[in-house]
Design a protein around this ligand. Structure first.
Ligand code: NI
Length: 250
């Protein structure tokens, strides 16, 4: 059967649920990624890696959540954000919908650091709602999020490929994955300085002041489709293995 929920029929989903209560959910963001990274970078990476992991693990993949919590990027045209409270509510309804059909283990493949706090908050909102509602199967509903770039094989490969110039926003590694996915849409623009400054920020204004072209610590000019293919392969293998371990937990 197709491994994507949206490409499946309801009888196919019913049969899938006889063998598995797990689902993989990609979650990304729609926000600026510097002068050569596309605005959908986080959503694209999360979705392709989730689909690849779904194929490898035989898991159903839910529809991608393509807009995330990107408040700090709002001084750059094209960026979109959900308020944290909106994202938490969206995640709660997403999980609640699928839990109503029997799904119990929700594995989120995350492509955006700004989503992490809302994901963790949403998981406890979900557990709280289900416990208070007296849902008998509440103890079996479990949610887990994994940032695709964090497993050791992936982060080690990124270090090998780009060193410290991978950076932390508009990273060479994430731009490389999008180049692998869509080699016809590779952008080029001057990157000055080649490696962007590093540091923190408070809000959209301090972000734009400190990182005027949108990058933090990165040189995405080092990205290539071939590097993206290697990162994709490493991430798919790591995500699939972690998903399977999550399903196998008692
Ligand atoms: Ni990103």
């Amino acid at each position: 059967m197709p491994m994507q929920l949206q490409q499946s029929t309801w009888p196919e989903v019913e049969r899938y649920l006889e063998t598995s209560a797990g689902v993989i959910v990609p979650i990304g963001a729609t926000e600026q990624h510097g002068p050569i990274g596309v605005i959908g970078t986080d959503a694209i990476c999360a979705e392709v890696i989730a689909r690849g992991a779904g194929e490898t693990a035989g898991a159903l993949v839910g529809p991608a959540i393509a807009v995330g919590m990107s408040e700090h990027h709002m001084r750059f045209p094209g960026s979109m954000t959900l308020r944290p409270s909106t994202l938490i509510a969206l995640l709660s309804d997403y999980v609640g919908s699928l839990a109503a059909h029997g799904f119990r283990r929700f594995f989120f493949v995350n492509g955006h650091g700004g989503n992490i706090a809302s994901l963790q908050a949403a998981f406890f909102e979900i557990y709280n709602e289900m416990r208070r509602a007296g849902f008998a199967d509440a103890p079996r509903v479990r949610c887990k999020a994994m940032n695709w770039w964090q497993p050791e094989p992936v982060s080690a490969l990124a270090r090998t490929l780009f060193g410290a110039a991978d950076g932390s926003h508009a990273a060479a590694s994430e731009v490389a994955v999008t180049q692998f996915v869509d080699a016809a849409n590779i952008k080029s623009a001057p990157l000055d300085p080649p490696v962007a400054p590093r540091g923190g920020f408070y809000n959209s204004a301090t972000f734009r002041e400190r990182y005027p072209d949108g990058r933090i610590g990165s040189n995405p000019g080092l990205a290539s489709p071939e590097a993206g293919r290697r990162l994709y392969d490493a991430a798919v293998a790591a995500v699939a293995a972690d998903y399977q371990a999550f399903l196998a937990e008692a």
